[in-house]
Design a protein around this ligand. Structure first.
Ligand code: PEP
Ligand code: MN
Length: 363
């Protein structure tokens, strides 16, 4: 583990982009549709993006859809459309790759960069194969965080790329799948990611507000937050006519809207609304944990009744009270709050167990 952590800490990526090609832009803006749909859609979107000062274009060519029988991308043909975008707009162009054959095609069609998607980052086998295929090229690679909130898989994937000798690497924060439907499509887990950022000082850190948001309404405050956290780059999904997009329609915005969101501060209402979504998520967790705790309390109540123990055990009461005190210090929560919570939880627990006793006596 130590060796791996050091590898991340000491690696310095070569610059991914020729500064002249991106007009020395900072932060870097990468934009383009979720999926390539037609040559016209790519060219129209790319021209509009270029007019807004975006120099790096993205489009998904192979789409890793959760279920089959949905649009899974145009495939190889769209690589030549991307070449046409480059020829006509002088933008840099890239797409996602997830398999060896896709990576080989991306090299053959001379993509200016590629990214590895969240689902692929989760697979050490896939990453090892991709690394061995790409190692002799100097193609820039952007590696998205894995879907699962385990940052270890992300670290492992980056280290595999570094170990293979790849020299132009950026990472991209696109949010995490928490296993249930959330207001933000993929919650960002800021604290964990900010800690992770400190472990990779030599690797550019990019941000994808589109997949975190899942819908346009959260993009402005997310971009604002991304700016305040000094990400080195942003990848934003953009379509000239988002309503009719073949994938991720709800989160795509027009090129004009990208400029607007980047260049104007988010309103206080939007920022508060974003934080409130995080609070809603935490409140859900809070009540879910309390419900789980009640279930365990019930199970203990059954054992107590079967063995003629009293529901209230003074020694246990004292120990838990003191545990809550210690926890309030550990997590910096006022003791008055944690003690109130403890008393309420304990009262509820005792009453659950007393009810079990009453039910038993009435049998
Ligand atoms: C995408 O960028 O369109 C994509 C599929 O992203 P992710 O891997 O983050 O889901
Ligand atoms: Mn997408």
């Amino acid at each position: 583990m130590q060796v791996n952590e050091e590898r991340l800490l000491n690696f310095r990526s070569d610059p991914l982009w020729d500064p002249a090609k991106i007009s020395h832009q900072h932060p870097i803006i990468i934009a383009g549709p979720c999926s390539a749909e037609s040559p016209e859609q790519l060219l129209t979107t790319a021209r509009e993006l270029k007019a807004e000062g975006v120099n790096i274009f993205r489009a998904g060519v192979w789409k890793p859809r959760t279920y089959p029988n949905s649009f899974e991308g145009i495939g190889e043909e769209a690589l030549s459309w991307l070449q046409e975008v480059r020829a006509q707009t002088d933008m840099l162009v890239g797409c996602e790759v997830g398999t060896m054959s896709q990576a080989a095609l991306a090299l053959e069609y001379k993509m200016d960069y590629i990214w590895i998607g969240a689902r692929t980052t989760s697979s050490p086998f896939a990453i090892s194969e991709l690394a061995s295929l790409l190692k002799d090229s100097d193609i820039p690679i952007i590696i998205k965080n894995p879907l699962s909130p385990s940052l270890d898989l992300w670290k492992g994937a980056i280290i595999r790329l570094i170990n293979a000798g790849l020299s132009k690497i950026a990472v991209l924060h696109r949010g995490f799948d928490m296993g249930k439907k959330e207001e933000l499509r993929y919650p960002p887990l800021w604290d964990e990611v900010i800690k992770f950022k400190k472990m990779t000082p030599g690797i550019p850190f990019y941000f994808d507000p589109s997949h975190i948001a899942g819908s346009r309404e959260f993009l402005h405050p997310l971009i604002h937050k991304g700016m305040s956290l000094n990400y080195d780059g942003f990848m934003i999904e953009s379509h000239h006519n988002p309503e009719v997009a073949w994938s991720d329609a709800k989160q795509q915005i027009t090129p004009r809207e990208i400029s607007h969101l980047i260049n104007t501060p988010a309103s206080p209402e939007d920022i508060i609304n974003l934080y409130r979504k995080e609070l809603d998520h935490l409140d859900d967790e809070l009540i879910r944990l309390i419900s789980k705790r009640r279930e365990i309390s019930k199970a203990i109540g059954e054992v107590k009744i079967a063995n003629s123990y009293s529901p209230f055990q003074p020694e246990r009461y004292r120990r838990t009270k003191s545990l809550f005190n210690q926890l309030s210090e550990k997590y910096d929560v006022p003791t008055t709050l944690s003690q109130t919570l403890f008393e309420e939880i304990h009262k509820d627990s005792t009453s659950i167990q007393k009810q079990i006793q009453i039910n038993d006596e009435n049998k």
